[in-house]
Design a protein around this ligand. Structure first.
Ligand SMILES: [Zn+2]
Ligand SMILES: [Zn+2]
Length: 284
């Protein structure tokens, strides 16, 4: 028997999802915390969709918190989990897409909101605009089809017509034909279906994030023992190794903090000096 059992051992939580994220997240939370995670199947599309039929109005942070609370309201459980991803051009590496995922853990009994995030370039994404009869083999390979599912849609955004979750060649051909008929110029867009249950590479990233969040929940505040002790912010401002001027936005070290009280301590050092290539004066 563990001397310091998890504060969540034997408790129940609900994950709000339309796309089977419970399968990924439940075993991870169970192993790390002894928490039993049930799936609450709710249509969260009103908060925004991947395919752009409905635009997201809130920040990812607000969206995950709203989602987590929706499951709590619906089921009457006191603990809610939800995640939210956005996939697009990586802000740091040119010509590469990355997946930015955020996951929230809301405990209404302890009045806690714990959020973790992850950015990963290990996401399979592919898009092709098809104007006429074309050989799709190279594209389908790149898209890792049918392991990763596809969407076929009209070109205009927001999307007016689309067929999702395609995972066999017959359905793909049929979808291309029907979308072609909806477009005045017969143009069709084929792209990765990035919803969690259609994208194994995204599932893996969500799993990594769930592990990160579960481990954070396991860490308790040294002052008040509240779960969720971890990085709350960063100390910024480091000198350039060449010109010695201080870049105010460059990260120096982590600040660890509590989700409830104001106790904070110094975390891991990130850098002492800045690479001149990233310096605003040496490399404007
Ligand atoms: Zn410099
Ligand atoms: Zn505390």
């Amino acid at each position: 028997m563990n001397e310091h059992p998890s504060p969540y051992f034997g408790k129940k939580a609900v994950i709000t999802t339309k796309h089977e994220k419970g399968k990924i997240v439940a075993p991870i939370f169970n192993t790390a915390l002894g928490l039993q995670v049930l799936e609450c199947n709710l249509d969260t599309d009103a908060l925004g969709t991947f395919t752009g039929e409905i635009e997201r109005k809130q920040s990812p942070r607000e969206t995950v918190l709203i989602k987590a609370r929706l499951g709590i309201e619906k089921t009457g459980e006191s603990i809610g989990i939800a995640s939210e991803g956005s996939i697009g051009a990586d802000p740091f590496i040119p010509f590469i897409n990355s997946d930015f995922e955020m996951m929230a853990f809301v405990d209404t009994e302890l009045d806690l909101e714990i959020i973790e995030s992850i950015r990963s370039t290990d996401i399979v994404t592919a898009t092709k605009i098809v104007h006429a009869q074309e050989d799709l083999n190279e594209f389908l390979n790149r898209a890792d089809f049918p392991n990763h599912k596809l969407i076929v849609r009209t070109q205009k955004t927001p999307t007016t017509f689309c067929i999702k979750g395609i995972d066999d060649e017959y359905s793909l051909r049929k979808a291309i034909e029907s979308v072609k008929n909806k477009d005045p110029n017969g143009v069709v867009v084929i792209e990765s279906d990035l919803r969690a249950h259609c994208s194994p590479s995204r599932q893996k990233i969500i799993g990594e994030l769930a592990t990160k969040l579960a481990l954070r929940i396991k860490q308790t505040c040294p002052q008040c023992s509240t779960p969720g002790w971890g990085v709350v912010t960063y100390v910024k401002g480091i000198p350039c190794s060449a010109c010695k001027r201080i870049s105010e936005n460059a990260i120096k070290e982590e600040v660890l903090g509590c989700s409830r009280c104001l106790y904070e301590t110094k975390g891991k050092s990130i850098a002492d000096t800045l690479d001149p290539a990233r310096c605003d004066w040496c490399n404007p």
